[in-house]
Design a protein around this ligand. Structure first.
Ligand SMILES: CC(=O)[C@@H](O)[C@H](O)COP(=O)(O)O
Ligand SMILES: NCC(=O)COP(=O)(O)O
Length: 245
């Protein structure tokens, strides 16, 4: 079974737009789990324009499933936050300051030594580590040498190619690099996560074609769909897309 971790950044973004506590991020973390999510993902950024550092600490005690904190480990404040919150998993993303959203995976060859050192900090604290990578064979191979437990395949490329595909061949071409990256990662003994721009239209095809998928984290599209379908219903729909039941 592939786990669905719901990214609740967008709930925080909506809350922050008015300065009060509506919608309530903590209550959402509780509710998404009650509605069937297998985990909660947050991606704090240094400017705290989405989820805030304090939210992360507040959410940790209400986690009954899995807590995944994503972010830029080049910020010492992020490292301190993760070590303090002790999530089940940290996902390292090579963001730069002020970036609109994540838009690329790690260059695991150039940053091998940096990743190795940083990953060991989290692993020594008993936190599982995943690193964000593009579906490129040499980047997956080099990820193994960093000591990471898992990789998270950056799926924006799949999502845009899938949306543009007009034929079965084009659809398959969209997913093929991910399928091959997942097969290689599995052979290397790495766990496989995926995320970014996955949605109710592209999720099933991805999950049907990419083997060994441990977890997907989905935020933006799922929260958008929830405006129309309701949060509980939407989580159930995504879970069915993911596991074909
Ligand atoms: C790493 C990744 O793909 C997601 O965490 C995504 O970046 C969501 O972050 P934002 O909500 O800040 O766009
Ligand atoms: N790791 C991806 C994630 O948490 C959510 O990405 P998106 O669904 O908001 O694009």
């Amino acid at each position: 079974m592939t786990k669905l971790s719901v990214n609740i950044n967008k709930i925080a973004t909506l809350r922050n737009s008015r300065g009060g506590n509506n919608p309530n991020v903590l209550q959402t973390a509780i509710d998404v789990q009650a509605f069937g999510a297998d985990g909660v993902t947050v991606h704090p950024r240094p400017d705290e324009r989405h989820i805030r550092y304090q939210d992360v600490l507040d959410i940790k005690p209400v986690i009954k499933t899995e807590f995944n904190i994503e972010g830029n480990s080049r910020e010492q404040s992020f490292i301190d936050l993760v070590l303090n919150a002790k999530p089940h998993q940290v996902t390292l993303v090579p963001d730069v300051l002020g970036q609109l959203t994540s838009d690329h995976g790690w260059d695991t060859i150039t940053y091998k030594d940096y990743l190795k050192a940083t990953i060991s900090i989290f692993k020594s604290a008993g936190i599982r580590v995943s690193i964000f990578v593009d579906p490129v064979q040499k980047m997956v191979e080099a990820a193994k040498a960093t000591g990471t437990d898992r990789i998270e395949l950056y799926t924006e490329g799949y999502a845009s190619a899938f949306a543009a595909a007009k034929t079965e061949e084009e659809k398959f071409a969209a997913v093929k690099p991910y399928k091959e990256a997942a097969i290689l990662a599995h052979q290397l003994g790495l766990g496989i996560n995926a995320g970014h721009d996955l949605d109710s239209k592209n999720l099933k095809y991805f999950a049907d074609n990419v083997p060994h998928l441990a977890e997907v984290s989905i935020g933006h599209a799922l929260i958008c769909d929830a405006l129309y379908w309701g949060l509980e219903n939407t989580i159930q729909i995504y879970k069915r897309q993911l596991n074909g039941i």
